[in-house]
Write a protein that binds this ligand. Structure first.
Ligand code: UN1
Length: 517
């Protein structure tokens, strides 16, 4: 195996957080960890304790992106021609490395992103799952062979890589979402320039390390840190990039789609959601309550699949809302590394303020605040971006809090009187990522499954918790282009093109559709 140049392990003391180490994190370009050309840096901090700096990160400019794209372009030919099973073996080793480091990576996620430790570990596990799954694809990547209508002629379709991919990822799944993109991109034979969200830069560096340890040739995967405005959009419009995979907000995604459209460049964009759970009067209420709490407040509501609307049948509305309030009020906020914590902080000040603004909007619109609604700063939470789990009752489907993505621990409860009305409300937003229904009536499940307008539908389970081997993604303003995750029909179609080959060995000109053989 090649000698690798890892992120310098020379962590140094962070003066602001006694005893805790902060790391210097550099770009990874063409097999080397490099400072940004400008020498500039920025800090990544712990959202549960703003004084704790997790890493000092290279702040890249356009020249760093140029370097990374050049490296990916130069490595492309070699990687494209590396047999796919060999590519898969490298990815398998990367997954093994992640498994070995799972505990440490999970803890890092909690410190850098704020999600509670079991969720941090789940995030890493999702990456491991994707690694093993895509490693296996190295020995499949199958196409079709079908008989020709003409004699002495054969024909087949084969997958070919797209080229150099620009990959832009969000902070809410700092390792899982990069894994959804990098593993399939690499097994298909693409090379990559990866720009992660600044808030979770250290997680991204640690994740890339898995590929280096696994022996990925230099230049195949390159990592640049910096703001979306400064380098993300530059990467997307770079002349030497062939395609883009993006996960993030609708506003950014829409802009990037326009850029790519004008350049005839494929882009897959995963964006927001305004996901709903329908709870019918015949639902198993205990199950629905557990699902509503997890769907609304898991990951502090910072999942694009989070349930931010609960559409509840009027016959059970009162008992549901009382029990839901009671269950949510028992959730304990705090540092996600502590065993007793159920809900962590918001990621940063911008999100913190945005969520509080939406709570304000909800109150002005006349929704009934039944729980929470305030920042939470008791005890150890005084240094973080904590907001109480917040429930609005009596919400009208057209209110802004029931239409716009909030991305925080705020949920709207809406009353309904029938399945038909519930589905109409669920479908009545610009988004279409995930939806769910709790009911014991098999006919209700069939109607919901058929009529809910979303990329993912759950029956008797909340809107979160997609598994990696089926396609993931939304319709309407939730998604654009092909899907993430899954194999055929999902990630493999995003990260490869079909090439169709006809071979005529008859020794004469044969005309399809004209000659009858
Ligand atoms: C996201 O919120 O962007 O289904 C991804 C889920 C997770 C992935 C969420 N497996 O909630």
């Amino acid at each position: 195996m090649r000698v690798v140049n890892l992120t310098p392990k020379s962590a140094f003391r962070n003066p602001q957080s006694r005893g805790v180490e902060m790391e210097k994190i550099r770009n990874y370009i063409n097999g080397r960890w490099l400072d940004a050309k400008s020498g500039k840096t920025f800090q990544s901090t712990n959202p549960a304790n703003k004084n704790e700096v997790i890493g000092l990160i290279s702040k890249s400019g356009r020249d760093d992106v140029d370097l990374a794209v050049k490296a990916a372009r130069e490595a492309y030919e070699g990687w494209r021609l590396t047999p796919a099973p060999r590519r898969g073996e490298i990815l398998f080793r990367a997954a093994e490395f992640l498994l070995k480091k799972k505990e440490g990576l999970g803890r890092l996620e909690t410190r850098e992103m704020g999600k509670v430790l079991p969720e941090g570990l789940g995030d890493v596990q999702e990456a491991i799952d994707m690694g093993y799954y895509m490693a296996g694809e190295g020995r499949r990547l199958s196409g079709e062979t079908v008989p020709s209508e003409l004699p002495h002629k054969d024909m087949k379709s084969v997958r070919v890589p797209v080229g150099v991919f620009g990959v832009i990822t969000p902070w809410n799944f700092p390792i899982a979402i990069p894994a959804w993109k990098l593993f399939p991109a690499l097994v298909c034979g693409n090379t990559v320039v990866f720009k992660p969200a600044s808030d979770t830069s250290v997680c991204a560096a640690r994740f890339v390390e898995a590929f280096i340890e696994a022996g990925l040739p230099q230049g195949v995967l390159n990592l640049v840190f910096g703001s979306g405005g400064e380098i993300g959009e530059y990467l997307v419009s770079h002349p030497e990039i062939d395609a883009i995979s993006f996960t993030g907000s609708w506003e950014t995604g829409k802009r990037l789609e326009a850029v790519c459209g004008s350049m005839h460049r494929p882009i897959t964009a995963e964006m927001g959601g305004k996901n709903s759970i329908i709870i019918m009067d015949d639902a198993n209420l205990d199950l629905a309550l557990d699902g509503a709490v997890w769907g609304s407040f898991g990951t502090t509501g910072q999942r694009c699949t989070a349930a931010s609307r609960l559409i509840v049948h009027k016959k059970i509305y009162r008992v549901f809302i009382e029990r839901f309030m009671e269950a949510a009020s028992r959730l304990r906020l705090g540092d996600g590394l502590r065993k007793e914590t159920d809900v962590g902080p918001l990621i940063n000040e911008t999100q913190f303020k945005k969520v509080l603004e939406y709570i304000e909007i909800g109150m002005k619109e006349g929704a009934k605040l039944v729980l929470g609604g305030k920042p939470y700063s008791k005890g150890i939470c005084s240094k973080g971006y904590f907001i109480e789990p917040t429930i609005f009752g009596e919400v009208k489907p057209e209110m802004r809090i029931a239409q716009e993505e909030i991305f925080g621990p705020v949920v709207s409860v809406i009353k309904t009187d029938s399945l038909e009305d519930a589905i109409r409300i669920a479908n009545g937003t610009v988004y279409g990522l995930s939806s769910a229904i709790y009911t014991q009536d098999v006919n209700n499940t069939a109607i919901a499954e058929r009529d809910l307008e979303s990329g993912i539908v759950y029956i008797n389970a909340p809107t979160i918790g997609a598994e990696i081997h089926l396609p993931f993604g939304g319709i309407k303003q939730s998604g654009y282009g092909r899907k993430e995750a899954g194999g055929r029909g999902g990630a493999l179609d995003t990260f490869s093109h079909w090439k169709v080959i006809y071979r005529d060995f008859s020794g004469r000109l044969q005309k399809a559709q004209i000659d009858k053989g």
